[in-house]
Design a protein around this ligand. Structure first.
Ligand code: IPD
Ligand code: CA
Length: 258
């Protein structure tokens, strides 16, 4: 049996090491950036440095595991386990000095099921963690979702892709949804959206086109917190995504997202 507590502890120490470096870079606010998939999709030296740091740490402790990282791609391992790393989730916030970004690290088995995950919010010193065989936790203490079951009372988080065609579809969806819900939030870090949902600071989340590294750890947190976590079907140019809400709310919300 895999020791999931050991996986969480390794992920946490990798995230903290990178998080300390990133917090200093965030405070210094001098970033060298380049554009990635589109002119709106930025990446900085800090993203690369944090990912290198995390990879080095993981490889030194678990050389046989595979790794998939947002900035440097993937390599397969021989152990059957794979680490999924987003060194800065919320890069745009990070570069603009907005304190809403995180380091996300998950570990999954050969079936792609997530065994363990952490999301570190270095600015608030909040470490969100979950294991497949435990409840979701914040700084070691169990967390609980809001329990919101009514669409009209739901504070719903979402996010947008970097591609203009995808955004046009996303804009149409939220134009229809906004009058039906308490309000919408676009906080800018999908990993933190999911943690805040698991911890009751939001009531639901959906986003098409999110990448595996954005959501691998956060989706486990939501699942272990008892929320309903489902794939969201593609819509026109907007690729498939993720929908998370209380089990009593999720069908209603899903029906408004197409
Ligand atoms: C982005 C953030 C954002 C979400 C985007 C992601 P990045 O990740 O999670 O909230 O809306 O879909 O790409 O680019 O900051 O790592
Ligand atoms: Ca990301």
């Amino acid at each position: 049996m895999t020791d999931t507590a050991a996986l969480v502890s390794l992920a946490a120490s990798c995230a903290r090491e990178a998080g300390d470096m990133l917090r200093d870079a965030f405070a210094a606010a001098q970033h060298k950036t380049t554009a990635k998939s589109t002119p709106t999709d930025l990446v900085s030296e800090s993203d690369y440095a944090a990912e290198r740091m995390i990879r080095k740490h993981l490889e030194s402790q678990r050389p046989d595991d595979g790794i998939l990282g947002e900035e440097e791609g993937g390599h397969a391992g021989s152990s059957g386990l794979r680490w999924v790393v987003d060194p800065i989730d919320g890069t745009t916030n990070f570069l603009y000095g907005i304190p809403m970004w995180s380091v996300s690290i998950a570990c999954e088995d050969e079936n792609g099921d997530t065994l363990a995950g952490v999301v570190l919010d270095p600015v608030r010193d909040e470490l969100w963690s979950a294991r497949r065989d435990d409840v979701a936790r914040l700084n070691g203490e169990p967390v609980a979702p809001s329990g919101c079951a009514e669409l009209g009372e739901a504070l719903v988080a979402t996010g947008f892709g970097y591609d203009a065609e995808v955004r046009a579809i996303q804009a149409e969806v939220i134009a229809r949804l906004l009058p039906q819900v308490r309000d919408l939030r676009r906080l800018g870090s999908a990993a933190l959206d999911l943690c805040w949902l698991a911890g009751g600071r939001l009531d639901a989340y959906f986003e098409r086109g999110v990448k595996h590294w954005d959501i691998a750890a956060g989706a486990l947190l939501c699942r272990q917190a008892g929320l309903s976590v489902r794939p969201l079907a593609a819509l026109g140019a907007a690729p498939e995504g993720l929908l998370v809400a209380d089990a009593r709310l999720v069908d209603d919300l899903q029906s408004r997202l197409s």
